[in-house]
Every structure is written in C-alpha cells, then in structure tokens.
Design a protein around this ligand. Structure first.
Ligand code: ATP
Ligand code: MG
Length: 237
C-alpha cells in the first residue's frame, strides 16, 4: 500500500554516472503527484532517459533518493530482503522511446509482460491506449500477425501497442519516453486523448518531445546537464 498522501514518485538530489568521475545526473529533483501528468523536457543528452533507467532500477544511483508512493526500494523488501525489486517494478509501467513491437500477433505483444492477464483486462488496456480502432481495422483483430518488428503498424500504432502493454499490469506510475520520430497529426491527437484517460488510472511522467504533450501536462520539469533547471506549469516556464 502507499504511504498516505505521498506522491506517486519523488526524486531527490539524484546523482549518477555510467562510469566513475563522469556524472550524467548531478542533482535531479522532481515530484510526480498522484494522477498528475508531468512532462520531462531537455535537450538531447541531458539525462532524461537515464533518469528513467534509474527509476526502473537498472542502475544504482550514486546518491540521492527515489521514492514511489512514499517508499524506498528497501522498504518493499519481503522477509530476508527478498522480492523488493519485483515489487518495485510491478508498480511501474515503462514505454520505451523506440516502442519495440515484436514478431507475432498483437495479442502476444500485449501479453508479453503479463501472460496471465484476463481478457477483460486486455480490452481495458486496448481502450486506455486508444488502440481499439486499430484492432477493429486489422483482419483478425487481436490475433493479427503484426509482422517483423511491427512493420504492419504505423509509428503511432506501435506507440499505442507499447502503451497498452505497459498499462496492462495496472502500474501506479507510467514512465513514457516519447518517440522523437514524427507522428502524424491524428496519432498526435490520439496520444493526447490517451494521456487524458491514463491520468485517471495512474501517475504519468513523460519525456516529452511534442508541444502538445507539454501543454497537456500539469507541470513541466526542465533538465539541463543532468540538473533540474526549472519546474512549473507550461505558462510559468
Ligand atoms: P535524448 O533526448 O537524445 O533521448 P536523453 O536526455 O535521454 O537524450 P540520456 O540518454 O539520458 O539523454 O543520456 C545522457 C548522457 O549519458 C549522454 O551523454 C549519453 O551519451 C550518456 N549515456 C546514455 N546511456 C548510456 C549508457 N548506457 N552507457 C554510457 N553512457 C550513456
Ligand atoms: Mg532519451
């Protein structure tokens, strides 16, 4: 359970580098309140995806703290410290920057991280991600082969598949690394609509490359050289 009133994600004074003496994050601080949409922006190489890797615990921070629902990783340990990492990761959904879609059917793609998800949960995820229209259009619906690397899907559709896959296990926090590739206007507006639906379900931290996402966000965190340079609403910044 969550610590009462705690934000979904709280990062304090986080420092990290991939190799010793070369920090990538110097002093990252940000908060994602529950059910909020926070946009993380900053130029290429400023450390945005690195911040996500640390929240996912792919690496150990040098210093600083990361709390989800008010808890540190160690707080989630079961008896003898077992199970902290799976418990941590089960709270997080992650949409990767390049939205990898695997060979196989759409259904297999969606069930990848949650093979036992019931049918009703699958359709809930499809709906949340705005993927229903795509499923309706495909000849065999969810059982359509999407082709090698998802080649039968557009960039926007691949992104929606990645979102549906990430929200299927009902994460409390969704991390989304927006693709830098161009999205057509219809896909961009579908994404904005989907973000509006998703924030009723979980907290969202989105690495934003699109102005429409930044404008839809409750707050914007500007990262520069691994530091939080500014944060506030779109209009304040
Ligand atoms: P972009 O907008 O281009 O995606 P970003 O803000 O996500 O950029 P990061 O990917 O976090 O930036 O990279 C920050 C710095 O860390 C860069 O200098 C990058 O070269 C370096 N870096 C990223 N990943 C690794 C890695 N796995 N090993 C070593 N260095 C890395
Ligand atoms: Mg990145």
């Amino acid at each position: 359970a969550a610590v009462s009133g705690a934000p979904a994600l709280e990062i304090r004074d986080l420092a990290f580098g991939y190799s010793a003496h070369t920090p990538v994050l110097h002093n990252l601080t940000l908060t994602v309140p529950r059910h909020a949409l926070v946009a993380l922006v900053g130029r290429s190489g400023s450390g945005k995806s690195t911040a996500f890797a640390l929240v996912n615990r792919f690496y150990q921070p040098w210093s600083g703290s990361i709390r989800i629902d008010g808890r540190e990783l160690a707080d989630l340990a079961g008896p003898q410290g077992r199970g902290a990492l799976p418990a941590w990761r089960s709270r997080i959904g992650w949409v990767e920057q390049d939205c990898p879609v695997l060979h196989g059917t759409l259904r297999e793609n969606l069930l990848y991280g949650a093979p036992d998800a019931p049918e009703a949960e699958l359709w809930r995820a499809v709906d949340l991600a705005g993927l229903q229209g795509t499923v309706d259009r495909l000849p065999d619906g969810l059982d359509t082969e999407v082709g090698e690397r998802g080649s039968r899907l557009s960039g926007g559709e691949r992104q929606r598949v990645a979102i549906a896959r990430a929200v299927l296990p009902r994460p409390r926090l969704l991390l989304m690394d927006e693709p830098t590739a161009h999205l057509d206007p219809a896909s961009e507006s579908a994404l904005t609509t989907s973000l509006g639906r998703l924030r009723r379900e979980c907290a969202l931290l989105v690495i934003a490359h699109r102005m429409s996402t930044v404008q839809a966000a409750d707050s914007v965190v500007l990262l520069d050289g691994g530091r939080t340079l500014a944060s506030g609403t779109y209009h304040e910044l």
